[in-house]
Design a binder for this molecule. Structure first.
Ligand SMILES: [Fe+2]
Length: 294
């Protein structure tokens, strides 16, 4: 079957067919996915009914896997191995989490625009999200194109932000929703890390805004001034013209480039319906600013 890429908007998000994610990928297939990612930043592969092992094998084609993304839950509470980010609404028993469950409350920050793992010194490259059980009402994932958002800034703003560095932490994103009940041993990995606000894509050379709800300040700025400016940039970057909405079909495998996009999940009836989504995440090669890696 030939590999085909169908753009979902002229420059952002594409559907890719002709690759079976259950099978070992050839070098040409890996290159085709990467080429589509470099061009469109979000790639939707429909009809990929994969197992956890197949998802891991597929993901490893695109860099080393990140581990331990389920911060906010004790290992004993986890439904999936720590190499998965469990972005379902389910507990170990397979039932929806209770309303005041800590993991559920922490995960509500996924409804804020963010880039996965920007709070790690070496941030995420690709996120690969498998829709095992999807919901029919709500629960869309929205993506915003941070390359187009950067391009649309005026020259003065581009010059001002070129060398700015932000501090990112899960404490900041969860704190926006009033979640602050971190356990003592969770706080150490939440120490803020520094990331450039403007990134350059290593293959295309395109610049993009590296924004996320995880940002808590700009280095060297008074915090309120930094956060007011970050809010302005967030508002600019998430205008409808930069956004693609993904409505899930069961067995969609959706890949996004965290270096060049933000995303958020929309509200759904998570106390009553089952949404089983499993994410694997690959890492970048290096930090965005000179600092010690984790
Ligand atoms: Fe996310």
């Amino acid at each position: 079957m030939p590999i085909e890429t169908h753009p979902l908007t002229p420059h952002f998000a594409a559907r890719l067919t002709g690759i079976d994610a259950r099978q070992a990928l050839s070098r040409q297939e890996v290159a085709a996915v990467e080429a589509a990612m470099d061009r469109y930043a979000v790639v939707v592969m429909p009809g990929q009914d994969i197992t956890d092992a197949q998802q891991l094998a597929f993901s490893r084609n695109f860099g080393p896997l990140e581990d331990g993304a389920n911060s906010g839950a004790r290992d004993t509470e986890l439904r999936l191995p720590t190499v998965f980010a469990d972005v379902s609404n389910l507990g170990k028993d397979g039932d929806p989490l209770e309303r005041d469950n800590r993991r559920r409350l922490a995960a509500l920050a996924n409804r804020l625009w963010h880039s996965d793992a920007s709070f790690r010194a070496v941030p995420a490259r690709y996120s690969i999200l498998s829709g095992r059980i999807v919901v029919t009402s709500g629960g869309n994932t929205e993506f915003a194109d941070m390359r187009a958002a950067y391009d649309a800034l005026d020259a003065a703003t581009k010059a001002e932000i070129e060398d700015l560095v932000c501090e990112h932490s899960l404490v900041y994103s969860r704190g926006q929703l009033g979640f602050s009940e971190f356990l003592t041993d969770e706080r150490a990995p939440m120490k803020p890390v520094r990331q450039r606000l403007v990134r350059t894509h290593p293959v295309t050379g395109r610049k993009s805004l590296f924004l996320a709800a995880h940002i808590g300040t700009i280095v060297g700025w008074p915090r309120p001034e930094a956060m007011a400016f970050i809010r302005d940039l967030m508002e600019h970057a998430t205008q409808p013209e930069f956004v693609h909405v993904h409505r899930w079909t069961q067995h969609d495998l959706v890949i996004w480039d965290n270096r060049t996009t933000m995303h958020r999940v929309r509200r759904f009836d998570d106390l009553n319906v089952v949404r089983d989504m499993r994410r694997t995440t690959t890492r970048c090669d290096s930090p965005t600013v000179a600092q010690a890696a984790e």
